[in-house]
Design a protein around this ligand. Sequence first.
Ligand SMILES: [Zn+2]
Length: 346
Amino acid sequence: MTTNGDSRLERFAEAMPKVELHVHLEGAVRPGTLLRLARRRRVTLPADTEEGLREWYRFETFEHFVEIYVTCSECLRDPEDFQLVLAEFAAEQARQNVRYSEVHFTIATHARQGANAQEVAHALWESIVDAERRLETRVRLIPDIVRNLEPKWADLTLEWALDHRQRGVVALGLAGIESHSATPFREHFEVAAAEGLHRVAHAGEQEGPASIRETLEVARPERLGHGIRVVEDPELLAEIAADGPPLEVCPTSNVALGNAPSLAEHPIGRLLDAGVDLSVNSDDPAMFDTTLSHEYALVGDTLGLGIDDLAELSRSALRHAFLEGEERRRLSDQFEREIADLRDQF
Ligand SMILES: [Zn+2]
């Protein structure tokens, strides 16, 4: 998907300091890297060229997307695989001036496929620390409970999250097929809250207001992944506009998976008009052939926003990030300095 050619907006979106709150590590693996890993792991993908992979990434339904996602996840097994994809992810975020990312990661899928969950955690943390030393970007992890997997995998995910919160884990997440209820995971989110771990949840992407209400009540998330179908219920929309939680909106993803008919008809404009606090995100950039910068430019282009509006959206993402005290202040000061410099240039 391309913008209508306001390259000034696209250049500003790229140069602007950014925070990303909704991006999946497994959905960010570069096609070339995925092909290399697949060969090494002897996983048969339906394509053996980057072009072929792009062709394969044409999703018919969310279930179809999950199938492809799980196949791609099979290519990651040994600690060095996770190290490689994390390092490449961090380099790409740094290239786009994304200073801080909170990254969804599905440890349960990898553990089910035979990966050693502890080794994976150590490998990811090593890579995070190394990236932080070399690049101007920081990465934190959000292990996701998967709605459509058996409860034992949720237990493993919670345990993994708690074990590694000093080593990169910042929150517990909820993902997967939304027609599966959030209720079986109530206790997991209660334990996370009691242990001082942040909570986020996907909802309102594939299912409507009833599922959003249930997820809010069960998981008490501090941010809602997608949440776009809240526009179907004026009362819920007003509640979320007044009291939150903020939404993480991923425009290209919603169009690619058929959750929005087109960018022009995407609910983001209505959400902003209703006063909903939200951030812009890329979700699975490699699978949707997008970048965070491009998502900002698309939103700007579609809604007729200017560079000040984009900067304001970037500040929102920073505000919704799980950053504390000194770290938040430092990044916030840096954002303001850089945005002021960029405004002079643009
Ligand atoms: Zn997501």
